[in-house]
Each structure stands twice: as structure tokens, then as C-alpha cells.
Design a protein. Structure first.
Length: 171
């Protein structure tokens, strides 16, 4: 499977109306998304083969973690779709994420490893593509409102992928 978060050629870079480095990093969010997506795909492949322990911390499973990532990547896509139709990123209460995670966990736990793995990679790929297609005004809206996570998915993926990697025994 080829992983591509969109080419930088002919596109603006994140930051200051451009899609260049953010948060003092030497690489761009697009590059971090691409690297994170490759890592997610590799770990999802291992989980999809049933190579994960039965339970992780807090009653989660590896497939549930992947389903969680798929959900939130699709949520980001939906937020960008809404932004496109209404022209603003409406604020959401800070506690909603916990409510969603708590209410969706039983559904995520019901998914098998292969289904969750496929959904995670599909959603992450679609999310990267959606982010790569954003016009400069949308990028600036996210950056100026403190929503860099809507551009750089590595902020959300990395801690979960670290947990999965530890559970799976590294590389």
C-alpha cells in the first residue's frame, strides 16, 4: 500500500498562511502526517493480523485504539467539510471528547482487529488528503484559533501509536 498525504509541490505550506513548519519543528505538518500515517499503517497491519495483547490500559484493546483513531480522523474531515459550508470552525466544549470516547468505547471494543485496522488506515489516509487539499484561508483559521491538531494529526496519533508499539513489543 502506498501512503501519501499529498505532495508539497504547488501547494502552500502550513504556518503564516503557508504550509511550512509549525511549533518550531524542522519538518512540516504534511511530512509529520505522512510519517505518522506510515507508522499507523505498519502497526495497524500487525494488529490486523491479531498480534496484539487482549487488553491494554483502561480496558481498551488494540483494535479499539485503532477504531478511536479512525473516528477522530473522520471527525476532523467532517469539521473541515462543515467549515467549507459555513466558513467557521465553531468552538466545541472541552469535555465532549471524553463523552464521545466513553460512549463509543463499547462499539470500538466490538470491532475485530482486521476491520479496525482497515478503518484506521482508510480514515487516516482520507484525513491527510483532506488536510492537504485545504486552501490557505482554512489553514490560517485553524492556526489562528489554536487548532493545529486539525492540520497535524501526529499530535493525536503519536501517543496512541506509542502505546500500540509498546503493547506489540516494538518494531
Amino acid at each position: 500500500m502506498e501512503i501519501d498525504c499529498g505532495s508539497d509541490r504547488g501547494r502552500p505550506a502550513f504556518g503564516s498562511g503557508t504550509m511550512g513548519p509549525v511549533s518550531g519543528s524542522a519538518d512540516s505538518p504534511r511530512e509529520r502526517n505522512a510519517a505518522g500515517l506510515r507508522r499507523l499503517a505498519a502497526l495497524a497491519g500487525r494488529v490486523g493480523l491479531g498480534g496484539a495483547p487482549e487488553r491494554l490500559r483502561g480496558g481498551w484493546t488494540a483494535p479499539a485504539v485503532l477504531a478511536h483513531l479512525a473516528f477522530w480522523d473522520r471527525f476532523v474531515i467532517a469539521r473541515w467539510d462543515r467549515y467549507e459550508s459555513v466558513g467557521t470552525l465553531e468552538p466545541l466544549p472541552g469535555f465532549y471528547q471524553d463523552l464521545v470516547n466513553d460512549s463509543a468505547l463499547p462499539l470500538w471494543l466490538a470491532l475485530g482487529p482486521a476491520t479496525a485496522a482497515g478503518q484506521a488506515v482508510e480514515a487516516a489516509t482520507a484525513c491527510c488528503e483532506r488536510i492537504a487539499s485545504l486552501p490557505p484561508a482554512a489553514v490560517e483559521t485553524a492556526l489562528s484559533s489554536g487548532r493545529e491538531w486539525m492540520l497535524d494529526r501526529s499530535h493525536h496519533w503519536a501517543p496512541h501509536l506509542d502505546e500500540l508499539e509498546a503493547a506489540l513489543g516494538g518494531g
